[in-house]
Design a protein around this ligand. Structure first.
Ligand SMILES: *Cc1c(COP(=O)(O)O)cnc(C)c1O
Length: 382
């Protein structure tokens, strides 16, 4: 089918909740994508930080092929090895508690919200203006953005939005607080790294009242910032974190990971999901984990990130280059046009998070040459 035929099918039959680019992608490999006419693209978005291992990583492809021909689904009424192994790896690589599986980022945050409420009944959740946690009602209620929330009111009660300052978090957290939920680097709203001062104050405030500090690591996790988890480059350790996006190496899976204190808050029947932790997605995730936990790869992500930020800073027309590892944002005039021209004229996939910001999330397996090539293509459109 041609692109125009796909567009006709979309306008006739697909609920118009997405603004798609006029490109049909048919194949991917590493940091490269191809469209239906055989044109090659350089991918600096990775399906919004899903393909951290790159497109069609051979280890993930092999694991999926093997598992797809063996057993794809059982429900959680039974044991399967891929999920139990993945839970062990997730918990031991991070907070040392236990794992609840689900299928997406928003679901991981729903699980976290239910968990912290059960741990502190009727407790409030302190969240940040400009945060993003997903589209289902609990996560949306934690996403303090007027445009995303207003059409869907009334939202879930009990969320307290603040600015990410030490003073505001100290004032907002009290005996009635169940949790403070934040992204260590705000991704969807433009790659804003939370300050150490704020995070230390949030940690201290939570400790003072027995509230949980929860990090939404759906975007910052799985090596994106040059450590397996984003919190490792902050001065604090959260009580729980959420993961999804890159966790499945391209397949849908999410997880809530707790520290020891919150590990046994849920009891059988408290929460669940039919597909969660299924053997196919978990096998893909274990293969992705093998690739991403490599200390050499993580060190390279930190180096490449510095190189990328230096090169972007040197370009005329860029400002406020920021981020950690290969999670990078910069300001530029008319970012949506820059992103569109990058895609259609330079065959470079990037994303505008708003009118003035471009976000770059290349696969972590990107080569030096591809990184420089991408910066060259950006330079050509600004
Ligand atoms: C993408 C994202 C989500 C939502 O994940 P979905 O899989 O789209 O539900 C939540 N939190 C953060 C920080 C994200 O980047």
């Amino acid at each position: 089918m041609s692109l125009s035929q796909l567009q006709a099918l979309e306008s006739a039959h697909v609920i118009p909740s997405y603004a798609r680019n006029p490109v049909e992608l048919v194949r991917g490999e590493g940091a490269r994508l191809w469209d239906d006419e055989g044109r090659e693209y350089l991918d600096f978005l990775s399906g919004i930080s899903v393909l951290n291992v790159g497109h069609c990583h051979p280890a993930v492809v092999a694991a999926v092929r093997e598992q797809a021909g063996t057993l794809t689904h059982t429900t959680n009424l039974f044991y399967t090895e891929p999920a139990m192994r993945l839970a062990q790896r997730l918990a031991t690589s991070s907070l040392g508690g236990k794992v609840f599986f689900c299928n997406s980022g928003t679901e991981a945050n729903e699980a976290a919200l239910k968990l912290v409420r059960k741990a502190k009944p009727r407790g409030e959740i302190v969240v940040l203006h400009g945060g993003f946690h997903g589209r289902t009602y609990g996560s949306l209620s934690a996403t303090t953005q007027e445009s995303k929330q207003a059409p869907f009111a009334p939202l879930v009660p009990g969320f307290v939005p603040i600015q990410p300052t030490a003073g505001e978090v100290e004032a907002a957290v009290g005996e009635g607080t169940a949790a403070v939920l934040v992204e260590p680097i705000q991704g969807e709203t433009g790659v804003h790294v939370l300050s150490d001062e704020f995070l230390l104050a949030a940690r201290a405030a939570c400790d003072r009242v027995g509230a949980a500090l929860v990090f939404d690591e759906v975007q910052t996790g799985m090596g994106r910032t040059g450590t397996m988890w984003g919190y490792e480059q902050t001065p604090v350790v959260p009580d729980a974190l959420t993961s999804a996006k890159a966790l499945g190496g391209g397949l849908p899976i999410g997880a809530l990971v707790t520290g020891p204190r919150l590990a046994d808050v849920f009891a059988p029947g408290d929460h669940g999901s039919t597909f969660a932790g299924g053997p196919l997605a978990a096998a893909a995730a274990n293969a992705a984990f093998d690739v991403l936990e490599d200390p050499e790869l993580l060190a390279r992500v930190r180096e490449l990130g510095e190189r990328l930020r230096e090169r972007l800073e040197a370009l005329p027309g860029t400002a406020n280059v920021r981020g950690r590892g290969l999670m990078v944002g910069f300001d530029v005039a008319d970012a949506p046009t820059v992103a569109r021209r990058a895609l259609l004229e330079q065959r470079l996939v990037v994303n505008a998070t708003g009118p003035g910001t471009i976000r770059l999330l290349p696969p972590l397996v990107v080569s030096d040459e591809q990184l420089d090539d991408g910066v060259g293509r950006i330079a050509a459109v600004i």
